[in-house]
Design a protein. Structure first.
Length: 508
């Protein structure tokens, strides 16, 4: 081994620092799903309106997506470790506020602050890995562990939430964040080195406003369109978002010191990597929604049991994330990423055949194939993103990747969720007999959860008949979403293979 190669190798302190970086991203990921389990208890306690409930659910991911680009660039300027520690404080304070919220408005503010804190933590952790691990093989391994933590958080969230909700009040699902953020704040200065751009140039507040306004408008249009349909508000906010985004890009191309380097998208590998990040999170969030409903509402499992079964896909995601760097030593990076998308397609095909009475094996097999592909593709995908940019710009580059992921999550819920709900409503409208009282028909037509709830108040055999129709209607929507995704992922796998088949890790 040459002296230069030895200097590139990470030290024991760097690997301990990686552990410090993986834990908070697990928590940020976990907070995306944990409130779903607590929702019935929270609504019974705080009694929010339906509109307030939607905003409490959405505001976290809404602000997370909107602020990532700005926070990534800010970390390059003030220091990524500094921004990470600021994020830990914001996330910890917001978690405390959420834990003891006494009104819907208080919880809404807390969730908004959690989104701000998450937006500072996510790009900081990934960009710090770029600067701590210079050896390409070790960097891939580190990103694999980071990806496993991110995927694990989404799966562990329901398990931890289920345990806490069985023994404590709904606010306890946020309380667990606080000691972790305290640990991060104390350990980061000891184990994680500081990095920032030595010559960041003049700060451009106009670009910051354009970036945030554009992203928030686009994400709002996606979420509003999924909930209310394509109406004037959806079209207006989408047009405004894309218009502001266009102005932002033009300003970045002309600026001497841009907020982000948009010329990165001229590199085929970087553009493909951001799109892949969008696709894998699109699949993960959309089918996590279906899987959790299937396990609880069709199979009849409790939240804790459902969460425990979903650990199987989480383990598969971790396996894909850890295995991908090893495979990249003998197989090209582009081939592995395309293979990951193909595994996602196989998982969607398996879920296309899930039926009301098929039980757990087929669903879990499909989810495991899907998450294994996500873990493998995301790991090497993140490596491409980070190595495409110079080390001092890694924060902005990782923020672009994370923004693609957040948009993928929003679009996944919007498109796949809308496919499922539209098919369900159409099937139920035809199946419910005319003359059924509105207080029974309306909830049953809207969601499978509503149908199960009103069925408890009906005598037999009407209760069983309503449940059977609701289950089969839900499965019809699930199958259409799975079939659509299988085709999308298979086509994307072929396109990515053609674009990246010769792609190997860049070394800067």
């Amino acid at each position: 081994m040459t002296h230069r190669a030895a200097e590139q190798l990470a030290t024991k302190k760097d690997w301990l620092g990686l552990a410090v970086l993986v834990v908070p991203i697990l928590v940020v990921s976990m907070d995306m799903s944990v409130l779903y389990l607590a929702l019935p208890f929270m609504t019974a306690d705080l009694e929010p309106s339906s509109n307030q409930t939607l905003w409490i659910l959405d505001i976290y991911g809404f602000l997370l997506a909107g602020l990532l680009i700005t926070m990534g660039s800010l970390g390059d300027r003030i220091g990524r470790r500094t921004l990470l520690m600021i994020g830990a404080v914001v996330f910890g304070v917001a978690s405390l506020l959420a834990t003891f919220s006494t009104s819907p408005e208080m919880l809404l503010v807390a969730r908004a602050l959690l989104g701000v804190g998450g937006a500072t933590i996510a790009p900081s952790t990934l960009s710090l890995i770029r600067n701590m691990f210079h050896d390409p093989a070790q960097r891939k391994e580190a990103i694999g562990l980071w990806t496993a933590g991110f995927a694990g958080g989404a799966a562990v969230g329901p398990v931890i939430g289920g345990v806490l909700l069985e023994h404590f009040w709904w606010g306890s699902v946020f309380l667990i964040n606080i000691p972790i953020m305290v640990l991060l704040f104390v350990a980061a200065p000891l184990l994680v080195p500081e990095f920032k751009d030595a010559d960041p140039g003049k700060f451009d507040p106009i670009s910051v406003v354009l970036a945030i306004s554009s992203m928030l408008s686009i994400v709002y249009a996606i979420k509003h369109g999924a909930q209310e349909g394509i109406d004037a508000a959806t079209i207006t906010t989408a047009v405004v978002g894309f218009a502001l985004g266009t102005v932002f890009v033009i300003r970045q191309r002309r600026a001497a010191n841009p907020l982000i380097d948009v010329t990165l998208f001229a590199e085929r590998a970087f553009s493909a990597a951001v799109v892949v990040q969008f696709l894998v999170i699109f699949a993960m969030t959309g089918f996590s929604l279906f899987a959790s409903q299937y396990l609880q509402l069709v199979v009849g499992l409790g939240p804790l049991q459902a969460g425990l079964w979903l650990l199987i896909p989480a383990v598969a995601a971790a396996a894909g994330a850890v295995l991908a760097p090893t495979l990249s030593k003998v197989i090209s990076t582009g081939t592995i990423i395309a293979g990951g998308l193909l595994f996602i397609a196989f998982g969607c095909v398996a879920m296309f055949f899930v039926a009301v009475d098929s039980g757990l094996p087929l669903l879990l097999t499909g989810m495991a194939l899907l998450t294994f592909g996500i873990g493998a593709a995301s790991t090497l995908n993140s490596d491409i993103v980070l190595t495409a940019a110079a080390p001092e710009k890694a924060g902005a580059a990782s923020a672009l990747s994370e923004t693609g992921a957040e948009l993928g999550g929003a679009v996944g819920i919007a498109i796949l969720g809308t496919i499922g709900s539209t098919v369900y409503r159409n099937r139920m409208s035809d199946a419910i007999p005319a003359g059924t009282p509105a207080d029974i028909a309306d909830p049953a037509r809207e969601t499978i959860g509503g149908a199960i709830a009103v069925a408890d108040y009906l005598p037999e055999p009407f209760a069983s008949q309503l449940t059977e129709v609701a289950d089969s209607s839900f499965i019809d929507g699930f199958e259409l979403a799975a079939g659509t995704s299988a085709v999308l992922m298979a086509v994307s796998a072929l396109a990515v293979f053609l674009l990246l088949r010769r792609q190997t890790a860049a070394v800067r």
